[in-house]
Ligand binder design. Structure first.
Ligand SMILES: [Zn+2]
Ligand SMILES: [Zn+2]
Ligand SMILES: [Zn+2]
Length: 470
């Protein structure tokens, strides 16, 4: 479970004293680092480093204190690229604290040897020019596969971002910026121990970050990330559509109320625990009634028309249910989840954000990846009612059970596509790449999650050519 935002917003942390304090390593790194000396972690990182929280990304970029302070530090820090050469005093000099407050904090510097040492210890750092990114927490989720990224640990990925095999989207580049940790120390900087450090060479080595691809600046974002989002998002109006399609790696808080907030969250295994016993029971129940009793086709007040049916129709109707689900999945995702709310109606925007927008804004918020059982049961029950209109009870039941299995498979698969690391060449690997493209680049196509068949039929297929990687 991601940490509760209460903890995330903790102000107990203080800003590091020295401007050159290294960012705290993420937990994965801390665990895997072994005997390699790590930089002193900043005071009181608290319990923020939980799997999937994604906060570390922003955190490392900011390298500030509590969230408020961090935000400001970040607002300054993110403007770094593109500015000219700059000088700052080493850790020894703290005379001009007022000047420091207005000047952007200098980036943390890492030597090539240090980067290599961290990579050897299991971390996955890559660079673009002189800009360093810690992808340790992300590497498993990389749509191009974990191996592809690990093979590039410690190296410059500028060329890989442009492909071949795949040109990474603007959103993918913006995503990368979230993991920025500092700059690679050039040879000139290496020789300067204390005293004045010039950043000119590091700056020159940077490929200037495209403003479109810069990480979302949470201080200047359209919404206040320290407050619950749902109400704010409702008032974004025209800007909502663009905002919601710029994904970030951090959990969301929707409501102020802890109770309401908890109601919107569901762990993946809840879906499995609630629905799979029902599938097993219904499979047994309907198979038995098919083999034991005649199938009642329809009945009037006085007579009942029923015929015996072979048990072999069971798999046929069951598979029909599975297929029907893939169609439902497609229709729901395309026409309900991606219905564009009118900019003037804040309630429809909020509804959209609640049902699907939040997932596009924060695709790796694991607590909201699957349907909560309560709203799901309403939809599942109405599906059964609709099926009963067209089919006799037993047959409707079999189709329904197949469909329910399809739904569970879909929800589990969707979760896995976000968090799993399927091996290259497998069906899941291709579907992961496909679904991530829906999130990052082609939000108006690629609606199929468990399969592409309806995308093919309805001409919303994402082109194959650029599917290798995110
Ligand atoms: Zn979607
Ligand atoms: Zn998704
Ligand atoms: Zn990639």
């Amino acid at each position: 479970m991601p940490p509760s935002p209460r903890r995330l917003f903790s102000r107990s942390e203080t800003r590091p004293d020295t401007p050159r304090a290294a960012p705290p390593p993420p937990p994965a790194f801390r665990q895997s680092v072994g005997g390699v000396p790590a930089p002193a972690p900043r005071a009181g990182p608290g319990g923020q480093w939980e799997r999937g929280s994604g906060w570390h990304a922003n955190e490392q970029v900011c390298r500030g204190g509590g969230w408020l302070e961090r935000g400001r530090a970040r607002a300054r820090g993110c403007k770094r690229s593109g500015s000219g050469s700059r000088e700052h005093k080493g850790p020894g000099s703290r005379s001009s604290s007022a000047a420091m407050a207005s000047a952007p904090p200098p980036p943390a510097l890492f030597s090539a040897a240090e980067v290599q040492r961290r990579c050897a210890a299991g971390a996955c750092w890559v660079r673009r020019g002189a800009r360093l990114y810690d992808l340790t927490g992300f590497v498993r989720r990389h749509p191009g596969g974990e191996q592809l990224l690990r093979a590039r640990a410690g190296r410059d990925v500028s060329a890989d971002l442009d492909g071949p095999p795949h040109r990474h989207s603007d959103n993918a580049r913006r995503w990368l910026e979230q993991y920025y940790v500092g700059e690679l120390r050039g040879p000139t900087q290496d020789s300067q121990e204390n005293g004045t450090v010039t950043y000119a060479s590091a700056q020159d080595a940077n490929p200037n970050v495209d403003p479109r691809c810069k990480s979302v600046d949470f201080e200047k974002d359209l919404v206040d990330w320290q407050k619950p989002l749902l109400w704010q998002v409702g008032h974004l109006g025209e800007k909502y559509d663009e905002w919601v399609h710029q994904p970030v790696d951090r959990p969301l808080r929707l409501f102020h109320s802890d109770f309401l907030e908890a109601c919107t969250k569901t762990s993946w295994y809840i879906v499995l625990a609630v629905w799979s016993p029902l599938v097993m029971y219904l499979t047994w129940f309907y198979f038995r009634s098919l083999t034991r009793d005649n199938v009642r086709l329809f009945s009037s007040f006085t007579t009942e028309y029923a015929i015996p049916m072979s048990k072999y129709v069971f798999p046929f109707f069951f598979c029909f249910g599975l297929l029907l689900w893939t169609a439902v999945e497609y229709v729901l995702h395309r026409f309900l989840f991606h219905m564009k709310p009118p900019a003037s109606n804040s309630y429809l925007i909020m509804l959209h954000f609640l049902i699907h927008g939040q997932h596009h804004k924060s695709p790796y918020d694991g607590s909201r990846l699957v349907f909560p059982p309560l709203p799901a049961s309403l939809m599942i029950f109405s599906t059964y009612v609709i099926l009963r209109i067209f089919l006799p009870e037993t047959l409707a039941g079999i189709v329904f059970t197949g469909g329910l299995l399809g739904y569970i498979t879909y929800d589990m698969m969707h979760y896995y596509l976000h968090y799993g690391s399927p091996s290259k060449g497998t069906y899941l690997y291709r579907m992961k790449a496909y679904h991530v493209k829906h999130h990052f680049e082609h939000q108006k196509s690629g609606f199929g999650i468990s399969s592409k068949i309806w995308d093919i039929f309805c001409h919303t297929l994402i082109p194959e050519t650029s599917e290798k990687e995110q």
